[in-house]
Structure formats: structure tokens, C-alpha cells
Design a protein around this ligand. Structure first.
Ligand code: ACO
Length: 323
């Protein structure tokens, strides 16, 4: 059988930085309120001529370089995004062409903030089935284009950015002490469709719309779904919370992250936290946080790492892997 191993990670944040103080010039808010309620200090904003494919390509090139691979090695590209360049074709198609990948499929996955977990699960499934050998899995978002910049309850929470990983299929006996993705868990509860959504779209309004959210419902569900899915993924891998070396959660809000860590009994120094740097970049936060972990030498070979996210839909998921 095959198992997927992470060979390289990379991320990209646009040059322009918007601080909380900058935001307080636009809406009635303050650095103190944003830090206290969310942990966010700044976010990056894409330039007018930057598009989601640009962000995706930048992160993918860095992940390929880190993996010591080239486009010729890749035969699958999956891009998680809620903010595609165009309604169609998939932004992944442009990314594939720009990178020079010529083998296998390229497609987008839309699961909002859980998008990277959905995309990585899809890639893992295809690698395990032998349908591809090496996959680029990317999360890239330009949320600044779907925010209502007059709504202080949402516009302070998000930012633009991207992250990518290279996954490679390797032979495996299927034991949980071998490197690679051990288990994946995905879920959706469409009954919560209107708790976190965009008030536009191709079929409804003809424009992209803006993010709308029932903040406290999202908060509660995020804590429950992320902690439960990590527990489920660990159990499926025949591991326990005590085996967990690192938790890499979706970076939406420091208070959500802390509560997930607490529920799982993971000490704060074992939780990857980058939300202060880039705010919520939706499908890009998990690979951004993974890249931070690698860059700072946190992950050691053999570590058990749990990735988890929750987002609009509601969608959620967790991936347990051995580094
Ligand atoms: N600046 C100043 N005041 C604000 C701001 C702001 N940016 N936003 C809201 N307020 C005010 C409200 O108007 C309200 O004022 P009032 O008491 O006079 O009515 C007060 O602050 C409290 O508002 P609440 O909504 O009750 O604040 P809460 O403590 O719930 O925090 C927050 C709001 C930060 C949005 C929180 O609910 C949250 O983090 N929810 C999760 C949302 C999230 O992360 N979404 C991202 C997408 S989903 C995901 O990624 C998991």
C-alpha cells in the first residue's frame, strides 16, 4: 500500500500590511479590541494586480523548492480556495500551467476555511490509490475582495495569503509508527449554511458578495468540531491525545485556538499559533502555520501532528500525520 508523506512546505503573504490601527481609521474599532477578542495584530492585503493564482503560484514554488522537486515531478494539483480568480475554469488550472506541470489533473476544492483539510484529504486518497505519485496541495485566498469594509464585526478578522505542501506517495506497511498521513476525517453540516456565508454568488446575485457571519455560533461550533475531529482522527489512528506532539489548527481566533488546545489537553507550546501575523486567511491558514513550524525547526521526525479546521457550511476536518 501507499502512504502520503509531506516532502516540502511553503507560504506567501502579500507585501502590503494592514495593522489594527490602520483598520481603526476605516471602521469604529481599536487595536485593543481586536487583539483581546481575536489575537490578531495585522493582516496582509493583496495588491490590486495580484490574484489568487499569483498567491498560489508563489507558495507552490516555495514548497517545490523545499521539496527539492520541480514541476516535472508533480502529477496532481489541488487548490483550496473560496476566492477563485474567475467563476471558471478552476484557478488550479492556471496555477498548473504557470508552474509548468503537464501531468495529471488540477482542480479547485471549495470548503471555505476547511478547504485545505478537504484538499489534502483528497490528495491523500488519490496517492493511496495510486492515481498520482506527487501532489501539490495549495490553500490560497484573497478575502480582502469579499469583505464588507464597513462591517467591523467581520472586516477585522480576515487577510490574504497562501500556503502549499508537496505530498509524495511512498510504500507503506500501514503501521502507525511509519511516516506520513495516518488518518483523515471530514464533515459537513449544511443546516448551518446561513451561519457563515457570502451574500452573493453567480446564481443568486451575479456578484461575489460579502462575508456575513453569526460570530458566536461560529465560535462555539469551531471549538467543538475541531477538537472532536482531532480526537476521532487520533482514535482511528490508534493513538491518544497523549501521543500528540503538535496541534496545527485553523488560525481564525486565538481564543478558539486556545480552547481547542485545552479540550485536547495540549499545552500551549505545542500549538502552532500564527494568527497574530496574518489573521484568518481561510484555506491558507493551515499550510501557513505548517510552514511556520518547519521554518522554526519545531517538527521533528516521528512527531505526531494533528491538522484541523472548521469553516463555512459548516465544514470541518482533521488530519493526523507522522512527520
Ligand atoms: N471593534 C469594536 N467593537 C466590535 C467589533 C470591532 N471590530 N466587532 C464587534 N464589536 C462590538 C459589537 O458591536 C458588540 O457591541 P455591543 O455590546 O455594544 O453590541 C461587542 O463588540 C461584542 O460583540 P460580540 O459579537 O458579542 O463579540 P464576541 O466576544 O462574540 O467577539 C468575534 C466577536 C471576535 C467575531 C467572535 O464571536 C469570534 O471570534 N467568532 C468566531 C468568528 C470567526 O472566527 N470567524 C471566522 C470564520 S469561521 C472560522 O474560521 C472558524
Amino acid at each position: 500500500m501507499y502512504r502520503s508523506v509531506v516532502r516540502g512546505v511553503g507560504s506567501y503573504l502579500p507585501e502590503k500590511i494592514m495593522t489594527n490601527d490602520d483598520l481603526s481609521q476605516i471602521v469604529d474599532t481599536s487595536d485593543e479590541w481586536i487583539r483581546k477578542r481575536t489575537g490578531i495584530e495585522r493582516r496582509h492585503i493583496a495588491a490590486d494586480d495580484e490574484f489568487t493564482n499569483d498567491l498560489a503560484v508563489a507558495a507552490a514554488e516555495r514548497a517545490l523548492a523545499a521539496a527539492d522537486m520541480s514541476a516535472a515531478d508533480i502529477d496532481l494539483v489541488i487548490l483550496a480556495t473560496t476566492t477563485p480568480d474567475n467563476t471558471f475554469p478552476a484557478t488550479a488550472a492556471k496555477v498548473q500551467a504557470r508552474l509548468g506541470v503537464t501531468k495529471g489533473p488540477a482542480f479547485d476544492v471549495q470548503a471555505v476555511c476547511s478547504g485545505f483539510i478537504f484538499a489534502m484529504t483528497q490528495a491523500d486518497n488519490m496517492l493511496r490509490l495510486g492515481q498520482a505519485k506527487r501532489a501539490l496541495v495549495i490553500g490560497a485566498e484573497i478575502y480582502s475582495r469579499i469583505l464588507d469594509w464597513e462591517d467591523r464585526s467581520t472586516c477585522v478578522l480576515f487577510g490574504d495569503g497562501s500556503g502549499a505542501i508537496v505530498l509524495e506517495a511512498v510504500d507503506s506497511e500501514g503501521a502507525n509508527n511509519e511516516r506520513g498521513v495516518l488518518t483523515t476525517i471530514l464533515g459537513t453540516d449544511g443546516a448551518n449554511y446561513d451561519k457563515l456565508y457570502v451574500d452573493g454568488g453567480v446564481a443568486t446575485s451575479g456578484n461575489a458578495g460579502c462575508v456575513r457571519m453569526a460570530g458566536q455560533d461560529v465560535f462555539r461550533q469551531a471549538v467543538a468540531r475541531m477538537s472532536e475531529s482531532v480526537e476521532e482522527a487520533l482514535e482511528k489512528a490508534e493513538l491518544t491525545k497523549d501521543d500528540l506532539d503538535w496541534l496545527v489548527p485553523h488560525q481564525a481566533n486565538i481564543r478558539i485556538i486556545e480552547q481547542v488546545g485545552k479540550k485536547l489537553g495540549v499545552s500551549r507550546d505545542k500549538v502552532m499559533i500564527t494568527v497574530q501575523e496574518h489573521a484568518n486567511t481561510s484555506a491558507a491558514t493551515v499550510p501557513l502555520a505548517m510552514t511556520h513550524g518547519v521554518k522554526h525547526g519545531h517538527f521533528k521526525e516521528g512527531d505526531v501532528i494533528a491538522l484541523t479546521a472548521m469553516g463555512g457550511g459548516f465544514t470541518w476536518g482533521a488530519i493526523v500525520l507522522r512527520w
